[in-house]
Write a protein that binds this ligand. Structure first.
Ligand code: UDP
Length: 306
């Protein structure tokens, strides 16, 4: 049995990954500082409250448990906020990740799965986005992910750190049977905000309807969070079997616009969400759609949910 440390394991994506891996006989330790207002009350992991950049806590975890791999999901995530407050993003995402990597190195923990993002690409020049598309992040958030990817690759070259980096497109969905779902306080994401608007009969604000897309609103590639969790299971087996360190885009290859998402919520919730239009959100590319062919071919991954 293998023991995993998941930073941000009480968060939206990290909790789905942890739950699935526990079902596949991994021992899961969750380290989380609960900054998005969530709680952690699940039987499938040992929960440790703390910051992933706190070297004292990290040292005590790596001393107490023989950690085989770290799954690093913890990060500041709001693109718009990163434009307003970049230093906080560089401190939280980059500086603290360096501390985590340093402690891993000191404790000879040699495997990491890292949650990166399609935000590393910036404005796509070619769609769908393959792993080899050029990198030109247009938000500090995307830049922090790009910097962390680079640091991990350099650690691979210098110290033999094994890694799989996943660039998630837009995570969506939930795992109701396990009482897992998406909740951030404050919530900034499209689907939960739309569902809340439908449920509470509140207005929803579209950030920009003059984008160069067919209906003027942004297009995103929504990939189910449980499918993302399965990719992590496959990546661990891949590395355990001697697979080379690599980077994979994770999406479905299909884009949905903000207006199409509103129409879907209206249809499913049998309602008509009130909509207002505001300015573009800084740092938002018009279209992000993944080519996940590399994950399909190399890991045998595919999405099971539309
Ligand atoms: N969006 C929006 N109104 C909102 C929240 C999001 O129009 O209240 C748009 C946002 O501009 C983007 C898309 O929905 O084009 C997805 O945003 P989200 O924050 O969910 O994810 P991101 O793409 O930033 O990772």
């Amino acid at each position: 049995m293998k023991t995993l440390l998941i930073t941000g394991g009480a968060g939206y994506i990290g909790s789905h990954i942890g739950c699935l891996l526990a079902q596949h006989n991994y021992t899961v330790i969750v380290l989380d500082s609960l900054v998005y207002g969530q709680s952690f009350d699940y039987p499938w992991a040992t929960f440790i409250y703390g910051d992933f950049g706190d070297e004292q806590i990290l040292n005590s975890i790596f001393t107490q448990y023989k950690i085989d791999a770290v799954i690093h999901c913890a990060a500041s995530i709001e693109v718009g906020e990163s434009v307003k407050n970049p230093l906080a993003f560089y401190e939280n995402n980059v500086a603290k990740t360096i501390k985590l990597l340093r402690v891993m190195l000191n404790h000879h923990v040699k495997t990491i799965l890292f949650s990166s993002s399609c935000a590393v690409f910036g404005i796509p020049k070619v769609l769908p986005l393959t792993e080899h598309h050029s990198f030109d992040p247009i938000s500090p958030y995307g830049m922090t992910k790009y910097m962390m990817e680079s640091i991990i690759k350099d650690m691979h070259n210098a110290y033999g750190l094994s890694y799989v980096i996943f660039r998630f497109f837009n995570a969506a969905g939930a795992w109701p049977e396990e009482k897992l779902g998406e909740q951030h306080i404050p919530e900034t994401h499209l689907i939960p905000l739309l569902l809340r608007a439908a449920y509470e009969h509140k207005s929803f604000t579209i950030f920009g309807d003059q984008k160069p897309t067919s209906d003027g609103t942004c297009i995103r590639d929504f990939v189910h969070v449980v499918d993302i969790a399965h990719a992590h299971r496959l990546a661990l087996s891949y590395l355990e079997q001697g697979g080379t360190s690599d980077i994979f885009n994770l999406g479905t290859g299909s884009g949905i616009s903000v207006k199409e998402m509103i129409a879907a919520v209206d249809r499913i919730c049998k309602t008509s969400v009130q909509v207002a239009v505001a300015d573009d959100r800084p740092g938002d590319p018009a279209v992000l759609v993944a080519d996940s062919g590399h994950a399909r071919k190399t890991l045998g991954w595919d999405f099971r949910h539309s």
